[in-house]
Design a protein around this ligand. Structure first.
Ligand code: XMP
Length: 512
């Protein structure tokens, strides 16, 4: 693979994506990753990402210089370029004018040859700059291979050592031919020939899991969401009956959810799913609770209690499988330190001490869209793989106020109608999420000459690429009208429907 060292740039993940899109496998590690660990990956090339620091600050992130002795091709991007410059004895200074935005890149051929990095791309291509520091003096052995009007050293290289560096960001889509440049680095300079895809990934992971697990048993919690479904399917393919997949029905699920999960796993994939009936326990624990964080905590604890009970029945379990994705990993090894808790998300973290499982996280190098491809590869139905995310605490955080049978019934019915219409109008896969929220607001209405005084539902329909930011979807008014009419006519107890027009930030996607 190509190893990408992350210096905290918001674009690091994009470097990985661009390369994987052209079939080059890569993995991301924090810049301080132990060099021995990096060697274990047998990398064929290294990329230094950009980052927010200035190299001349005293606590600026640095790499172990032994990395330069591995004899591997290196590509530095932005901060990565400045670091290479300084490490090889050149000079970096604060630029008088910060350069931000598009620039045209002109090649500087060496002995009449354009750098292999730029092969097949055009002279004068648009590249995207975003930097406050710049290279003032080249280190020995380096030459410039391209410039822009503002940056005499937009790209530099030491071809003998196979070290390349770019001041611009090839990974962002504003850099017209950036992907080709990254591909050139991988294919022409690092000489990576293999074509990587999800089929390969699945095979590699299955081998790896078999080796790691041996004859031991693995427990996994299936929520019915995309990630845990893919983990379950992958593990079952790898180790068959050594897998104990547990599905907890917490009573906070969408209509037909449990049946759907049982059908796909038990009937289609023949996975021996353990289904735990938890409805009563969860509802009891949630009685009278209205505070959002308290709801989340109670649900998390109750889940762990039930999970623990099940685990006790299988004494020889050594591993716990989790659907951790790449974005979760990078947040937890964040170069910048932990970010503030906005909401306490619940997965199978926080298990009690006695449950000392080793973790298996086969998706930790993947992005959501890659997980979906893997799911299809493993034979999960498209409907399962392309479904909207659904939070661990379920409908409980879509009911403002107390969660009980009645409020669950209202929100569940409204949710089903909304999803039916969104699907019928071909919008489902274009949206990140669409769901109903039951408000603790009653209002007066009139139906068939009679006064009503009933509940309100808010429709939350958003577009997003990763859930970190989102915009409310511009749903046609006719469709909103249809949904509103259906909900009010078909759900007894709801007499008003409103549309949430808040984006994230400042709103979050869920209401609690
Ligand atoms: P927010 O509401 O924080 O949601 O903007 C961002 C995304 O995360 C989902 N979400 C959760 N997922 N456990 C989960 O597995 C949780 O506790 C949880 N809370 C929110 C939410 O549905 C959205 O896609």
């Amino acid at each position: 693979p190509i190893v990408i060292l992350d210096f905290g740039s918001q674009y690091t993940q994009l470097i990985a994506r661009r390369l994987r899109e052209v079939g080059v496998y890569c993995e991301i590690y924090p810049y301080f990753e132990d060099i021995e660990k990096i060697k274990e990956k047998s990398p064929q090339g290294i990329i230094f990402s950009g980052g927010p620091a200035s190299v001349y600050e005293p606590d600026a992130p640095r790499v172990d210089k032994a990395i330069y002795d591995l004899g591997l091709p290196i590509l530095g991007i932005c901060y990565g370029m400045q670091l290479i410059t300084v490490d090889f004895g050149g000079e970096v200074i604060r630029a008088l004018h910060h350069e931000y935005g598009k620039a045209k890149l002109y090649f500087d051929p060496i002995h009449g040859h354009v750098s292999p990095l730029f092969e097949g791309t055009k002279d004068g291509q648009v590249v995207w700059m975003s930097h406050g520091d710049k290279v003032e003096e080249l280190p020995e052995g380096f030459v410039r291979i391209a410039h822009t009007d503002n940056s005499p050293y937009a790209a530099i290289a030491n071809e003998q050592k196979q070290i390349y560096a770019l001041q611009f960001h090839p990974e962002v889509s504003h850099s017209e031919e950036g992907q080709k440049i990254l591909e050139n680095f991988a294919r022409r300079i690092c000489k990576i020939e293999s074509k990587w895809d999800m089929g390969h990934f699945a095979k590699e992971q299955i081998e790896k899991i078999r080796k790691q697990v041996g004859n031991d048993k693995v427990l996994c919690a299936l929520s019915g969401g995309v990630d845990s479904s893919v983990v379950t399917a992958l593990l079952y393919e790898a180790i068959g009956d050594q897998l104990i997949p547990v599905f907890v029905d917490n009573g906070l699920l969408r209509e037909g959810e449990r049946e759907k999960v049982e059908h796909v796993f038990k009937n289609m994939l023949q996975v021996p799913l353990v289904v735990i009936d938890g409805q009563k326990k969860f509802l009891e624990a949630l009685k009278g609770v209205t505070e959002p964080e308290q709801k989340r905590k109670i649900i998390g604890h109750t889940f762990i209690e039930l999970f623990e009970e099940e685990a006790k029945k299988h004494k020889d379990v050594k591993y716990l499988a989790q659907g951790t994705l790449y974005p979760d990993v990078i947040e937890s090894v964040s170069v910048k330190g932990p970010s503030e808790t906005i909401k306490s998300h619940h997965n199978v973290g926080g298990l009690p001490d006695w449950m000392q499982f080793e973790l298996i996280e086969p998706l930790r190098e993947l992005f959501k869209d890659e997980v979906r491809k893997l799911g299809l590869e493993l034979g999960l139905p498209r409907e399962m793989v392309y479904r909207h995310p659904f939070p661990g605490p379920g409908l409980a955080i879509r009911i403002l106020g107390e969660v009980n049978e009645e409020s669950l019934q209202l929100v569940r019915r409204a949710d089903t109608i909304l999803l039916e219409e969104i699907k019928a109008h071909g919008l489902y896969e274009k949206l990140w999420q669409s769901f109903a929220v039951l408000l603790n607001v009653k209002s007066v209405g009139v139906m068939g000459d009679k006064r009503t005084y009933e509940n309100t539902v808010a429709l939350r329909i958003v577009e997003s690429s990763d859930g970190m930011t989102a915009t409310f979807a511009h749903i046609p008014h006719d469709l909103l009208e249809l949904i509103s009419n259906r909900i009010i006519n078909e759900v007894d107890g709801i007499n008003r429907v409103v549309y949430d027009i808040t984006s994230k930030p400042p709103g979050t996607i869920e209401w609690e």
